[in-house]
Write a protein that binds this ligand. Structure first.
Ligand code: ATP
Length: 197
């Protein structure tokens, strides 16, 4: 079974595209959601995070103290890097186990915003990048998250440029209104099914 990564900048439409793959019966691993769950349920990771950020990283009920963690990592870039160095390997391991558990499928998808930035893409057989222009993405995320253009732009600036994400991808899906999304997904799906034979 092929391991396929899917990525794209914030608001490019990764989740939207994944829903179409799901409708084709392809299993999806949502790395960002899974990371949040592992940060609470993976006891080794919990211990490492407490060691890095202190006991206050968790609330009394065991859930993440998001405000506390955000305050630290947004003001100290090295802390963010250190936290990522703990979380990314845990997600990678969990993702690999998940791929192994997918049977009787031609391929499975792992969706992650930072596939290229984290280096996780190196474990994938193929990579898909979802593309939409920065202007479109800012507009979509402002609407979705009820936030400002500046806040979205600040998040975009922390990610790898689109040109690099396109250069490193095997497939690019354009979610900018220029082409039918469904037709593009079906085309990539057919190529991946053929490759897996
Ligand atoms: P993030 O990186 O923030 O998780 P994402 O890449 O997963 O974002 P989506 O959540 O799929 O992106 O899309 C961002 C927003 O844009 C959503 O509100 C979604 O409904 C909307 N959207 C996505 N694609 C389109 C489209 N082709 N036309 C109109 N709206 C769209």
């Amino acid at each position: 079974m092929l391991k396929v990564g899917i990525t794209g900048g914030i608001g490019s439409g990764k989740t939207t595209v994944c829903k179409i793959f799901e409708s084709l019966n392809i299993p999806i691993y949502y790395a960002d959601d899974r990371a949040k769950s592992l940060m609470v349920n993976d006891m080794k990771l919990v211990k490492d995070i407490k060691q890095l950020l202190g006991e206050n990283a968790y609330l009394k009920n065991g859930s993440l103290n998001r405000e506390y963690i955000s305050a630290i990592v947004f003001s100290d870039k090295t802390m963010l890097e250190k936290l990522n160095q703990l979380v990314h390997p845990a997600v990678r391991l969990d993702g690999e186990n998940w791929f192994k558990s997918q049977v009787n499928k031609p391929y499975a998808l792992k969706e992650a915003a930072l596939h290229f930035e984290s280096g996780g893409y190196q474990l994938m057989d193929k990579m898909i990048t979802v593309f939409a222009s920065e202007a479109i993405r800012i507009e979509r995320v402002m609407k979705r998250d009820k936030t400002t253009a500046e806040a979205v732009k600040a998040r975009i600036d922390k990610q790898l440029p689109d040109s690099e994400k396109i250069r490193l991808a095997d497939f690019v899906i354009y979610n900018d209104g220029t082409q039918s999304l469904i037709k593009q997904v079906v085309k990539v799906h057919q190529v991946l099914v053929d490759l897996s034979r």
